[in-house]
Design a protein around this ligand. Structure first.
Ligand SMILES: *Cc1c(COP(=O)(O)O)cnc(C)c1O
Length: 456
C-alpha cells in the first residue's frame, strides 16, 4: 500500500499505541500493516487514503442493506432531533414500543415479549437467565444446566461463553465456567458422532439420535437447549442438514426442555428467510437477536420469549418474581429507530424475494470453486458461506495451524480490494443483502485468486 498518506501514518501510530483490538494478538498487530476505515457507501468501505474495498463480511455480519442507507440515516437523524437516550427503567419510549410490536409480528409464532439489551452476548445471557428463572418460578427444582452443541458460539461474556465451545476462545476460562451438557452439532464434513461411520443422509441423522439419548439422561437438570439454527457461524459456517432443527424442537418439547434459538448471526435475512427458524417452521421458546437488527448501524439486541414464559415472572412485588436484569442503555431510542427503519426496508423493498436469485448465483459460483485443489468443503446457506481449505482434499487434512493460510488469504484479498475475515482455515463470506451480481462474482474471483497467490 504505497499511497499511505501522512495522516494515515499518524492515525495508525496512535492506534498501535493505544487501541487494544478484539480477538487480536496485539504483538502481531503492531508489527503489520493496517487499514483505517473512514467512511462507507453501499457495499463499499473507504480507507483514510480513499482506497475502496468491497465489504465481503458485512462489517462483521451486521450490515444488511449497505452503508449510508438513506432510510436508516434519515431515521437516526429524525430520532436525534427528539432524544438520543432515555431509560426503560421506570419509563418507556416511543421507538422501543414500536419496535417491540414489529418484532413480535415478524418473528416465529408464539414469541410475544421483547427484552432489550445491546449485544448478542447480552441477548444470550438474558435468554439463559430467563430460562433458568422460569423453572425456579414454576417451582421445578434442579434445572440448572444447559444443553449446547459442539462448536457453538454464543458470545464472550462468562455466561454466554459457558455455553460456547470453540477451543481457543473458551478453554483458558474453563475454571470460571459452569460445565454444561454437550450434544453433537451436524458438522457433516467432519461428523462429531463417534459411533457413526456413514455419510448424510445414509447416517439417518445419527446426531439427532445422540441428542435424544442426551435428553433422556439429562432432561431433569436441563433448563434449556441453546442452538444456532441452521448455521453455526463462528464455528466456520457449519450448516445443519434439513430436519435437524425441527428434530431438536420436537425432542426438546418431548422432554420438557426450553429451546433458545440464537439468531444473532442468522437473523434478518442472512439464510434467505427473515429468520432461520422459518426454514423448518420452528417456533423456539426464546429467541436472541442482535447483529443485523439495526441494519448494522447501532449496538442493539433483543431477547424474545413466549407469553407462557413471561407469565411465570408475574406476582406481587414482595414475591420477587420480577426479572432483575437490565443494562443502562437498554432499549436505546436511536438504536430502536434504526431497527424500525431496517425492518421497513425489508418490507417496502421486498428484500427477501430480491435476494433469492443472488443466493442461486452465489451457489453456482461456489460450485466452480469447489473443484479447487485446496478447497475441501463449501457450506452455504443463503448469503452465509464457509470455504474450508485443506492441504489434502481426499484425506480432509488441514494445513498446519501455524501457516495461518486463512489469514494469509484474507490479507491478500485486500490487495484486490476485498475485505473478508477467516475463521481458522475457513474463508467466510457474508456480504450485505444489498450485494449485486457483479460484486458476488468479484468476491468469488478474488477468493480464488487469493488462495492461488498464497499457495504458489
Ligand atoms: C456474534 C454472535 C454472538 C455475540 O454477539 P456480540 O454482539 O458480539 O456480543 C452471539 N451469538 C452468535 C450466534 C453470534 O454470531
Amino acid at each position: 500500500m504505497s499511497t499511505t498518506g501522512k495522516r494515515t501514518e499518524e492515525l495508525i501510530a496512535l492506534d498501535k499505541l493505544h487501541v487494544w483490538h478484539p480477538f487480536t494478538q496485539q504483538k502481531e498487530w503492531v508489527s503489520s500493516e493496517q487499514l483505517v476505515i473512514e467512511r462507507g457507501n453501499g457495499n463499499y468501505l473507504f480507507d483514510t487514503d480513499g482506497k475502496k474495498y468491497l465489504d465481503g463480511v458485512s462489517s462483521l455480519w451486521v450490515t444488511v442493506h449497505g452503508h449510508r442507507k438513506r432510510e436508516i440515516d434519515r431515521a437516526v437523524r429524525e430520532q436525534l432531533k427528539k432524544i438520543a437516550h432515555t431509560t426503560l427503567l421506570g419509563l418507556s419510549s416511543v421507538p422501543s414500543i414500536e419496535l417491540a410490536a414489529k418484532l413480535v409480528k415478524i418473528t416465529p409464532r408464539g414469541l410475544n415479549r421483547v427484552f432489550y439489551s445491546d449485544s448478542g452476548s447480552t441477548a444470550v445471557e438474558i435468554a439463559l437467565k430467563i430460562a433458568y428463572q422460569y423453572w425456579v418460578e414454576k417451582g421445578i427444582k434442579g434445572k440448572n444446566r444447559f444443553i449446547t452443541f459442539t462448536g457453538a458460539y454464543h458470545g464472550d461474556t462468562l455466561g454466554s461463553m459457558g455455553v460456547g465451545e470453540i477451543g481457543p476462545f473458551v478453554k483458558k476460562f474453563n475454571p470460571l465456567l459452569k460445565k454444561h451438557i454437550r450434544a453433537p452439532y451436524p458438522y457433516c464434513y467432519r461428523c462429531p458422532v463417534k459411533s457413526n461411520k456413514k455419510e448424510y443422509p445414509e447416517c439417518g441423522t445419527a446426531c439427532l439420535g445422540d441428542f435424544e439419548r442426551i435428553l433422556e439422561k439429562h432432561h431433569e437438570e436441563a433448563a434449556a437447549c441453546i442452538i444456532e439454527p441452521l448455521v453455526q457461524g463462528a464455528a466456520g459456517m457449519i450448516t445443519s442438514p434439513p430436519g435437524f432443527l425441527k428434530g431438536v424442537r420436537r425432542l426438546t418439547k418431548k422432554y420438557g426442555v426450553l429451546l433458545i434459538a440464537d439468531e444473532v448471526a442468522v437473523g434478518f435475512g442472512r439464510t434467505g428467510k427473515l429468520f432461520a427458524c422459518e426454514h423448518e417452521g420452528v417456533s423456539p421458546d426464546i429467541m436472541a437477536l442482535a447483529k443485523g437488527i439495526t441494519g448494522g448501524y447501532l449496538p442493539l439486541a433483543a431477547t424474545l420469549t413466549t407469553e407462557k414464559i413471561y407469565r411465570a415472572f408475574l406476582g406481587k412485588y414482595e414475591d420477587f418474581k420480577a426479572f432483575l436484569h437490565g443494562h443502562t442503555y437498554t432499549g436505546n431510542p436511536l438504536g430502536c429507530a434504526a431497527a424500525i427503519a431496517n425492518l421497513n426496508i425489508f418490507e417496502n423493498d421486498k428484500v427477501i424475494e430480491g435476494i433469492q436469485p443472488k443466493i442461486e448465483l452465489l451457489s453456482t459460483l461456489l460450485g466452480e470453486l469447489k473443484e479447487h485443489k485446496y478447497v475441501g468443503d463449501i457450506r452455504q446457506r443463503g448469503l452465509m458461506v464457509g470455504i474450508e481449505l485443506v492441504a489434502d482434499k481426499h484425506a480432509k487434512e488441514p494445513f498446519p495451524t501455524k501457516e495461518r493460510l486463512g489469514h494469509a488469504v484474507c490479507v491478500k484479498a485486500r490487495e484486490y480490494g476485498l475485505i473478508i475475515r477467516p475463521l481458522g482455515d475457513v474463508i467466510i463470506l457474508m456480504p450485505p443483502l444489498s450485494i449485486k451480481d457483479a460484486e458476488l462474482k468479484k468476491i468469488v474471483r478474488v477468493v480464488r485468486d487469493s488462495i492461488n497467490a498464497c499457495i504458489a
